[in-house]
Design a protein around this ligand. Sequence first.
Ligand code: GLN
Length: 233
Amino acid sequence: TLVVGVLALQGAFAEHIHYLESVRVKGHTVKAIAVRTPEELATCHALVIPGGESTAITRVAARTAGLLPLLQAFVADPERPVYGTCAGMILMADADGVGGGKRKGDGAAWGGMQGLRVWRNLYGGQLESFEQEISIPALANPERPFNAIFIRAPAVHSLVASPNYTTEVIASLPAERVPAPPPADSALGAPDVEATPYVMLRQGRKLVTSFHPELSGDARVHQYWIESCVLGR
Ligand code: GLN
């Protein structure tokens, strides 16, 4: 049995549990559990960090004794499969790699996606939420588009290249949907305008999407993560 934890401190965790449990992989049973304590995290082979509010997730994690450092160590370990959606993508950026939005002192990310710098709320507020069919060639039935749902979504600000890791672009927004790039920032520097369309990125066992795949009635992104990042097939 493959135990996959879904961080359940705040945000859209119940849907992830449901989608993960619907994933069928040969030779394994996927068991998805809600993670709220260090003990629960210790039973997990892999972890999903859901959407919600990245600052709130960090704040709640810090209230449970021992949880935040354990989460940070789990996320930073390249051997640990971790998938971050939306707020989860923000939390998987470089520690000092988050710009935009209001940062009430909880802005530091946890890492995992090396060299990833993000800009919060680039697409605007709740009323600017949107759905967009995107092509994701890595999924099963690749000819069928994926209906990606963006809710106060972050965007990639820039990707810092290094010989120590490879960042794969798994999916991008179509040209007509790409927003104006994030601004230059005193901490992050100039945006990498080529990276603005990227909405799904992978580094080995780590995956991030700026959209919410657990709301689309389509478990192919979860299936992809389990098969490619968790099982390494
Ligand atoms: N805007 C949120 C944040 O900054 C992310 C939104 C989401 O996860 N849907 O954390």
